[in-house]
Design a protein around this ligand. Structure first.
Ligand code: ADP
Length: 345
C-alpha cells in the first residue's frame, strides 16, 4: 500500500520517479499531465478545451482535472494505492483531493517533494525528448550526437509542445505562484518529505524510496528530555518543542536522512524509526553520556574544550556539540538569572 503525492516543479523528475516506484511496488502512477495529453490525443471535447491552455503553460481548470483524477482513482488498479504525479497543483485541488480521498477511504501516506534548482529544471525541460511508443524520457544533452530514436524500440523521439523556452518559463512561474504554497500546506499536515532531486538517477530513486516508505512519527511519540539547566531557559524550551514537531512531521526531510535510511534499512525500516530514535537520543541518556568515553568528551566540552580527536566519532561529536551549545548559551542565561548567576561566576 502506497498512497503518495509527488510534488515538484516541471522537470524535477516526478514522472520518471513515479514510473520507477510504479514498476517496483505495483502501484499505478496517476499523472494529470498524461491524462490530459491522452484526452488531447483522442480529440475528446475535454481534450479540445485543455489543449490551448496546456500549450500556453497555464493550468487547466480544476473541474476538468479533478474529473479525470476521480475517474482514474476509481479504477481497480488504484484500490491498493497510487502515486499522484502533477496533481494537486494548487490549494483548491489539494482540498478537493482531500475530500475525494476521504470519500473513497484512502488517506494520503506522504507527499514527496523533489527539490531541484531552477537552472537544472530549464536544462532538463528544454532538452527533453520522449519516445512516443514507450514513454522513455531522454535528453539531448546526454543522447549520443545525431541520435534521435528510442534505444528500446527505435521510435523517433519527439519534443513536447510545451517544452520550449517561453512556455517553460511560464510553467515555472505558475509553479512558483500556485503550486509552491502546497509545500507549506502539506508540511503543516505532517505529510511532507523533501528529497534532493539532483544527482544520479539511481541515487534519487533510492532517496525517493526511502522517503516513500518512511513511517511518520507522531509528535506525541517523540520524547525530548532537556537537562535541568536548559529546562529553566524559556528560549530553549521553545526550540525543543519545535524541533520535536519538525522531526515528527518530516522523518526523511533531509537528503541525508533519506539516503542513510535507504542504505541502512534497505528501504523498509527507513527514516521514520530513525527519527524516533533521534528523538530519544536527544534525551538524558546521551547528554549524560552512557559510556565513559562519551561522558569524558561531554565534560571536556562543557568546559569549552571540544577535543578535535573526538569530533571524528559521530556519537561523541553529537554529545560534544550539545554540551558546547550549552556553554554557548551560558552568558544569556546568566544575564537572565541576574545577580545570582554573576555571583556564582
Ligand atoms: P510538467 O509538470 O512538466 O509541467 P505535466 O505533464 O505534469 O508537466 O503537465 C503538463 C500540463 O498539463 C501543465 O502545464 C498544465 O497545463 C496541465 N496540467 C497538468 N496537471 C494539471 C493540474 N493538476 N491542474 C491543472 N493543469 C494541469
Amino acid at each position: 500500500m502506497m498512497r503518495i503525492v509527488l510534488l515538484g516543479a516541471p522537470g524535477s523528475g516526478k514522472g520518471t520517479q513515479a514510473q520507477r516506484l510504479q514498476s517496483k511496488y505495483g502501484v499505478p502512477q496517476v499523472s494529470s499531465g498524461d491524462l490530459l495529453r491522452d484526452a488531447v490525443a483522442r480529440g475528446t471535447e475535454l481534450g479540445k478545451q485543455a489543449k490551448s491552455v496546456m500549450d500556453a503553460g497555464q493550468l487547466v481548470s480544476d473541474d476538468i482535472v479533478l474529473g479525470l483524477i476521480r475517474e482514474r482513482l476509481g479504477r481497480e488498479d488504484a484500490a491498493n494505492g497510487f502515486i499522484l504525479d502533477g496533481f494537486p497543483r494548487n490549494i483548491e485541488q489539494a482540498n478537493a483531493l482531500n475530500a475525494l480521498l476521504e470519500e473513497i477511504g484512502q488517506p494520503l501516506d506522504a507527499v514527496l517533494l523533489l527539490d531541484v534548482r531552477n537552472e537544472t529544471l530549464m536544462q532538463r525541460l528544454a532538452g527533453r525528448r520522449i519516445c512516443p511508443q514507450c514513454g522513455t524520457v531522454y535528453n539531448v544533452h546526454t543522447l549520443p550526437e545525431g541520435v534521435n530514436t528510442c534505444s528500446k524500440d527505435g521510435a523517433e523521439l519527439y519534443q513536447r509542445p510545451d517544452d520550449n523556452e517561453e512556455v517553460i518559463g511560464k510553467r515555472l512561474s505558475v509553479y512558483d505562484e500556485q503550486t509552491k504554497p502546497l509545500i507549506e500546506h502539506y508540511s503543516k499536515l505532517g505529510l511532507l518529505r523533501k528529497v534532493a532531486g539532483e544527482g544520479e538517477l539511481e541515487e534519487v530513486s533510492e532517496r525517493m524510496e526511502a522517503a516513500a516508505l518512511a513511517k511518520p512519527v507522531p509528535a506525541s511519540k517523540v520524547k525530548v528530555t532537556r537537562s535541568s539547566a536548559s529546562r529553566k531557559a524559556p528560549s530553549s524550551k521553545k526550540k525543543s518543542a519545535g524541533g520535536a514537531a519538525a522531526k515528527s512531521a518530516k522523518p526523511a526531510a533531509k537528503q541525508g536522512s533519506a539516503k542513510q535510511a535507504g542504505k541502512k534499512a534497505a528501504g523498509k525500516k527507513a527514516a521514520g524509526k530513525k527519527a524516533a530514535a533521534k528523538g530519544k537520543a536527544a534525551g538524558k541518556r546521551k547528554a549524560a553520556g552512557k559510556s565513559a568515553a562519551k561522558s569524558k568528551v561531554a565534560k571536556k566540552a562543557a568546559r569549552g574544550k571540544v577535543a578535535k580527536k573526538s569530533s571524528k566519532r559521530p556519537a561523541a561529536r553529537r554529545v560534544a556539540k550539545k554540551a558546547a551549545r550549552k556553554v554557548a548559551r551560558r552568558p544569556a542565561k546568566a544575564a537572565r538569572r541576574g545577580g545570582k548567576a554573576r555571583a556564582k561566576k
